[in-house]
Write a protein that binds this ligand. Structure first.
Ligand code: DON
Length: 409
């Protein structure tokens, strides 16, 4: 049987293909030469399965989609405090190339606009690194996100550098506030080269899936950045990734995302999927018109809005029953699924409400597949309290998700 997923992708691309509104970015002359009809979409699941339909092997420059990844590298290399001292996390509500510096400090509002991205680029690698080594770190890092060696498009880079007056002006302002501490032209050159890295839609889907997979590339298996860095990056993508359209995007699509002026667009839904689309015509915000349309469809067709989550807690207690008869009766509470705070609270309530009369209480985690630290602490606390109340508590935990000795049932 053929998977219905590529069929779904093909059908959705077909529906969106007739939208020829928008325009190619022309402030970078080389981008105005792109084929405006190109259209592709790819899904990369967090277990490494990848689907792609349309022009998913066509290379184009990554542009602003490099920003969340370079920000991730800066956070990983310099630490949160050093990066946050230089770049904020507030949405600017303005265009990507606005100056948008915080009054007083001169800190760029966020790392998704050019001012913040130029600064984030300057923070990649250890302190004191030279521009060449820093760019190498950027290429190595972004390549690890993609799972293959990425190359530059020298002509797009040269074309942008010839007209980079605005980014140079931004960089000079940043230098005047000591937000960047090096020669502004050198930093802009490095940032522009970063933006000129060539990617395909498939690469972008895997890069997004690496964010969705808590920082581990699901195809190569490599841990690229630590988990707390990913949380920070996805949060900033959610509030700032689509520039002055970020609010519309957050409400209507609801997937942390980032666009680029060459027509790429990525979205990363934590724990589920990385999505990428490619279509070069842009709207007034600099976001791909057909990309925005495709993401709207994907989100509503597949229920991908981050605020739409199942009521996991209600289903955590699978059963609560007594096996055998006194004096050998055992109270068995069977748990299932993924257990987080609300699920653990449900278990606690089940135990306290039941107030088991039986001496022996068995907590069966056979059907539970994951538990986070908070829920683990809560369950261990309920075990401790039951024990203090005089119960004999045993755990059936074949996968060791509570990370305590497995009961022999
Ligand atoms: O700095 C610039 O203007 C470009 N290299 C990148 C801008 C961009 O991709 C904006 N996103 N939609």
């Amino acid at each position: 049987m053929q998977s219905p997923i590529p069929d779904y992708l093909a059908e959705t691309l077909g529906d969106i293909a007739s939208d020829t509104s928008g325009a190619l970015a022309d402030y970078i002359p080389e981008l105005a030469a792109a084929d405006p009809e190109r259209l592709g979409a790819a899904f990369a699941m967090v277990d490494g399965a990848v689907y792609g339909v349309g022009d998913v092997d066509t290379e184009f420059t990554i542009q602003s989609i490099s920003k969340p990844f370079a920000y991730a590298l800066a956070l990983a290399d310099r630490g949160f405090d050093a990066v946050l001292a230089k770049v904020g996390v507030e949405p600017s509500g303005e265009a990507f190339n606005e100056l948008s510096l915080e009054g007083g400090t001169g800190r760029p509002l966020n790392p998704m606009i050019n001012a913040g991205a130029i600064t984030a680029h300057s923070l990649v690698g250890p302190e004191g690194i030279d521009a060449t080594a820093r760019l190498e770190r950027v290429v190595d890092g972004l390549s690890a996100f993609a799972g293959r060696r990425l190359m530059f498009d020298d002509s797009v880079c040269a074309s942008e550098l010839e007209h980079a007056h605005r980014n140079l002006a931004i960089a000079h302002m940043l230098r005047s506030y000591n937000v960047i501490t090096e020669d502004p032209a050198t930093v802009v050159e490095g940032y522009t080269r970063q933006c000129s890295l060539l990617v395909t839609t498939l690469d972008l889907a895997v890069m997004a899936a690496t964010l969705a997979n808590h920082g581990v590339n699901p195809v190569s298996g490599e841990r690229v950045v630590p988990e707390p860095v990913v949380r920070q990056v996805l949060s900033v993508m959610f509030s700032c990734g689509m520039y002055d359209a970020a609010g519309d995007w957050a409400t209507q699509v609801g997937i942390p995302a980032k666009s680029g002026v060459a027509g790429g667009l990525i979205g990363a839904l934590p724990g589920q999927i990385g999505i990428a689309t490619f279509s070069p015509r842009l709207d007034v915000h600099g976001n791909s018109v057909r990309g925005v349309g495709l993401f709207g469809r994907f989100s509503s067709d597949m229920g991908l809005h981050v605020m739409e989550v199942p009521a996991a807690s209600r289903a955590v207690v699978r059963s609560n029953h007594v096996v055998g008869e006194e004096p050998d009766a055992v109270r068995v509470i069977q748990l299932q699924g993924g257990i987080r705070f609300a699920g653990a609270e449900r278990v606690i309530r089940e135990v306290t409400d039941t107030a088991p009369a039986e001496h022996h209480v068995k907590l069966d985690l056979t059907m539970a597949y994951s538990i986070d630290d908070v829920a683990r602490r809560m369950l261990l606390e309920i075990v401790r309290r039951l024990t203090l109340d005089g119960h004999e508590v045993s755990l059936i935990d074949p996968e060791g998700i509570l990370a305590v000795p497995i009961s022999s049932a």
